[in-house]
Design a protein around this ligand. Structure first.
Ligand SMILES: [Zn+2]
Length: 136
């Protein structure tokens, strides 16, 4: 794992919000940069000509392509493909939101848990009534 600068997400955020890895290529949903794995290090499973095409494109537009020497870790944030190692740091605003609103999020999660528990208790109670009606 790389050392992250201040604008990148923390290692903890990285671990919590990425659950997949690619040994070929993925496109950052925040900025459109194409991340791909160096075939000579870890990459594999490229269709014929794909890797050469990526290298040629990177030559023309180096800012749009990011070569990885290891698998590309990725996940989704609000439905957008998130690559923690992308220079756009697309996940940082989400981490900052969570940290800056940790107390509100905790209150919200607590309230949701209480509501779900109440609904489960009511469902259990209603199931008991139905059973009593059925058995009489
Ligand atoms: Zn990006």
């Amino acid at each position: 794992m790389k050392n992250f600068d201040k604008e990148q997400v923390s290692n903890e955020f990285f671990m919590a919000f990425t659950g997949a890895g690619s040994y070929v290529s993925e496109t950052c949903g925040f900025c459109g940069r194409v991340h791909f794995v160096n075939r000579d290090s870890e990459g594999g499973n490229y269709e014929e000509g794909h890797y050469e095409d990526l290298l040629a494109r990177m030559e023309r537009e180096p800012e749009k392509y990011v070569m990885h020497t290891d698998a590309i870790s990725y996940g989704y944030l609000a439905g957008v493909l998130f690559i923690p190692e992308c220079p756009c740091n697309g996940g940082t605003r989400y981490e900052k939101f969570i940290i800056n609103h940790a107390s509100q999020i905790a209150d919200f999660m607590q309230a949701m848990a209480e509501r779900k528990q109440k609904e489960a208790d009511e469902a259990k109670e209603n199931a008991g009534k139905t059973q009593m009606l059925g058995s009489s």
